[in-house]
Structure formats: C-alpha cells, structure tokens
Design a protein around this ligand. Structure first.
Ligand code: GRE
Ligand code: ZN
Length: 341
C-alpha cells in the first residue's frame, strides 16, 4: 500500500511498537468528549449513539488500535459538536473550554507522537477565548482551534464568527499562526424548518453542509479576510459543497452586485484562506473536483471518527485511483507543513 513508503517520524532509537502497522497518515477532524459534552445529538438514533458515546470518550483501547490498523500516525483531536459553542452561559462556557482542553492535553501527553489537539474556546467571552487560545497553543502545544460554527448566547441568538466583535480573536489566530477548523453544528433553531419536517436531511446528511457553507461564505463576504489576510480556516467534508459551487456563486455575485467591496475574488479567498479535509466524504470524483479547485497543497486527509469509520476512510484513500504525489501530499505532507510538525 502506498503509505508504507513513508519514513518514520520517530527519529533515532528503537522503533516504537506501532511502527509496523502505522504508515504515516495525519487526520484532523477526529473528535473526543469529556462527560459534560458527551450528549446524543437529536438526529442520531439511540443504538448508534451508544457506540459513538463510548468511542468519543476513549483514546487508547479503540482509537489507537484503529489508527494502527488504518495507517494513521497522528490524529489531531477536537471536542465534539456543539461542545462549548452550545453553552448559553458565558461562565459555564469558559469553564467548559478549559476543562476540555486540560483533559485533551493530558491524553496527548500520554501519546505525544500519536495525538495532538485543537483547542475549544468560549467565544461567549471574546477576551477569555483569546486568553484560552494563547494558553492552549503556547502552554499546551495545541495546533489550532476548532469552533462549531456559531456560538450560543443567553437569549438564544446565535453569534457568528464574521461579527466584528470577534476581530480580536481572529487577530490572535493570525499572531499565533494557527488555523481555525470551522466545524458544523445543526442550523439555528429558527432555520430548521425543512429538517424538522424531513429528519432524513438532518445533521451530517445535508443540514451540516448548508449551515457550514453559509458560515464560510459569511466569513468571505463580510470582508473578514481583508481585515485578517493571514487567517486560515479549515473546512471538513470536502468543503461543505463550496468547491463544487464556487464558480456559480462568484458568477452570480458579480451579476447581482456591481458594488464589489471585497479586495479579491471569492475563488481567491477560498484558495488562499481555506484548507479542506476529506472528513466523512470518501468519494474520488468529489475529491478530484476539490483538488482541481483548491490545488493539491490545500486538501488534507481526515476521517471524522467516531462518527465515521477509519477503515472506510483508509480503504478509500489508500486505494483511490489518484497519483502517488497527490496521495502523499493529502495524506501527510500538507498537514506537516500547515501545522509545522
Ligand atoms: C461530525 O462531527 O461531523 C458529526 C457530529 C455528530 C454526528 C455526526 C457527525 O458531530 O458526522
Ligand atoms: Zn466532525
């Protein structure tokens, strides 16, 4: 298999016991939960949830074994959705983010070659979120932050990442040089009409893609990347449908508005300020379209464990009919570069 050619990153000394089975992939939409955030999403059936719940809490017994078996050397782990973004109370959110990050840091410290972390932050309090981001990156060694799109507020109005009050947080990300993983959440309550009527579309089926593609477009159209040109955002699920639609969005945007207030084109923001992962989307035609739009340096392998199976991801990716240079870039090299590993 292609990935067996990867050199070990373990440096000198005797090979660690996993070396025979790990072949070097890096995955970065991989979730865990501490007890307070390990809650069944309403769109997951109870029997499916029992398994996910156990696997969210586990790092070693189930997760590491599957990583070994499927050639994932390093998983960058994040708190599951909605996590801290679901807290209406700012103090609870601040406390929850800290607890989740401390718990994750402990697990990473036990297996520093196999796990790394994305921070959770309480954007309910922007100053606290900036402080926690600094602590997570500088003290805990985390590789960036993952935000489950919009943040709850006391009155239930969602706070979106393009709002200017979050500018200090974007500045902190630029200063630290770390990316923000923009992860889905279910739609805000007042927008769930179609998925309430037809639950078949809820959550990862289609709701996530609509929610998060709009969240990403809001970042662009708000001019956020003109204010924060170095900001880097990661989208999962092959870009939540955006690469497929970018030409049409851009074309119609130009036709609808002669007033173009942005410095650059939509496509150039997408290609310069975004990375896209394969999390939960293991389909070669869509993957190749994504690479064609984004370029081969901005697509990264991921699974979305434990909501998706590592076996399904690696069976697709390791055997996909793509060239080996591309497989190595997406499987590993692009992440090594992005996260300075
Ligand atoms: C995800 O992280 O993508 C996810 C959830 C919950 C259910 C399904 C799913 O957070 O894919
Ligand atoms: Zn996910």
């Amino acid at each position: 298999m292609a990935f067996s050619e990867f050199p070990s990153t373990s440096g000198g000394g005797p090979p660690p016991p996993w070396e025979t089975t790990v072949n070097g992939k890096i995955a970065l939409e991989e979730h865990f939960a501490i007890a307070r955030y390990n809650r069944r999403p309403q769109f997951l059936a109870a029997d499916a949830w029992r398994d996910v719940e156990r696997r969210l809490a586990d790092f070693t017994e189930l997760r590491l074994e599957r990583m070994d078996a499927t050639g994932v050397e390093l998983a960058i782990i994040s708190l599951t959705s909605p996590g801290v973004q679901g807290e209406r109370d700012a103090r609870e959110a601040v406390e929850g983010a800290r607890a989740a990050n401390d718990a994750l840091a402990e697990r990473v410290a036990e297996h520093p070659r196999r796990f790394a972390g994305f921070a959770a932050v309480a954007l309910q309090d922007v100053d606290q979120a900036v402080a926690e981001l600094h602590r997570a990156v500088s003290d805990l060694g985390f590789k960036g932050v993952l935000v489950n799109s919009y943040t709850a507020t006391p009155d239930g109005t969602p706070a979106h990442l393009d709002e200017e009050r979050f500018d200090p947080f974007w500045s902190a990300l630029e200063e630290l040089g770390v990316p923000l993983y923009l992860h889905p959440q279910i739609l805000p309550a007042d927008q769930r009409g179609a998925v309430t009527k037809w639950p078949e579309m809820a959550g990862p089926v289609w709701e996530f893609a609509t929610e998060t593609s709009v969240a990403a477009l809001r970042l662009i159209t708000s001019g956020l990347f003109d204010r924060h040109p170095k900001a880097q955002v990661i989208l999962g699920h092959l870009g939540e449908s955006l690469p497929f639609n970018v030409w049409r969005i851009e074309s119609r945007m130009r036709k609808a508005f002669d007033r173009v207030e942005l410095n650059r084109s939509l496509t150039s923001y997408l290609c310069d300020n975004f990375y896209i992962t394969t999390a939960g989307h293991f389909y070669t035609p869509s993957f190749l379209a994504t690479v064609a739009v984004m370029g081969s340096d901005r697509v990264l392998y991921s699974v979305d464990y434990p909501f998706e199976e590592m076996e399904e991801g690696s069976q697709w990716f390791d055997n996909a009919d793509i060239d080996e240079t591309l497989r190595h870039k997406v499987g590993r090299d692009n992440s090594v570069r992005l996260f300075s590993l």
